[in-house]
Design a protein around this ligand. Structure first.
Ligand code: SF4
Ligand code: FES
Length: 249
């Protein structure tokens, strides 16, 4: 396939960015989207030009590092799929494809298609952990958890922290990400120690980092590569109200 690419180039956080045109030749339908960008970059490097900067790590849909907006959709057109797992067979010969970075005030652009997502790390550091004994591994049978509860917790734990939910939201809200962590830990016995302080601290940190609030549009759920349901946000709101009652506010 031959493709026409419009790719966001920006030399640094304070530089002005722009969409630049590139032609991608000899692209196999079996390539992943990131492999297609690798081919374009090899051509740029051969010409002595600056390669297009983009994030990736596992390229297997599990680490949450890849972060491209393809034709206006975070992670591209396939539901429940990270952009590293998006394949070029999804496109036709001659297509024009626009590639942009996540856009949110809390995710400032570092270079080209790479954004700074350390705001998510700060939210996790504020409360996304459990207090546990650091001794030997506990016998799994000593902490009984009903199967339906462990499966519901696992569904929320599937969040890979990619930030597509923020990129899709018109308010740049991090509610789907935060609520997935809150729901996961609130369901498990290990998460009870910080249960109420966690929800307050994580929401406060998200506010401090400049993420917006939720207005129930649902774009986050639509683009989430792990299909985290928006019902997690309702769970988070209930946890927050309980935390206020426990604190007597
Ligand atoms: S909720 Fe989904 S879109 Fe948001 S960070 Fe987690 S995996 Fe990514
Ligand atoms: S590179 Fe790891 S999820 Fe895409």
């Amino acid at each position: 396939m031959k493709l026409n690419l419009k790719i966001w180039r920006q030399t640094g956080p304070r530089a002005a960015g722009r969409l630049e045109d590139y032609a991608a030749h000899d692209i196999s339908a079996d390539m992943s989207f990131l492999e297609m960008l690798d081919v374009v970059n090899e051509g740029l490097v051969r010409q002595g030009k600056d390669a297009i900067a983009f994030d990736s790590d596992c390229r297997e849909g599990i680490c949450g590092t890849c972060s491209l907006v393809v034709n206006g959709i975070p992670h591209g057109p396939d539901r429940g799929t990270t952009v590293c797992q998006l394949h070029m067979r999804r496109f036709k010969d001659g297509d024009t494809i626009t590639v942009e970075p996540w856009r949110a005030r809390a995710f400032p652009i570092i270079k080209d298609l790479i954004v700074d997502r350390t705001a998510f790390d700060r939210i996790i550091a504020a409360g996304g952990f459990v207090s546990v004994n650091a001794g030997g591994a506990q016998d799994g049978n000593a902490i009984l958890i009903p199967k339906d509860v462990s499966e519901a917790a696992m569904d929320s734990a599937a969040c890979i922290g990619c930030g597509a939910c923020v990129a899709a939201c018109k308010n740049a809200s991090a509610h789907l990400f935060v609520s997935a962590k809150i729901s996961h830990l609130a369901l498990l016995p290990q998460g009870q120690v910080e249960r109420y302080s966690r929800v307050v601290k994580m929401i406060e940190q998200a506010d401090a980092d400049g993420f917006g609030s939720c207005s129930n549009e649902g774009e986050c759920e639509a683009v989430c590569p792990k299909e985290i349901p928006i019902s997690n946000i309702a769970t988070m709101t209930r946890e927050y109200v309980r935390a206020m009652i426990v604190a007597g506010e």
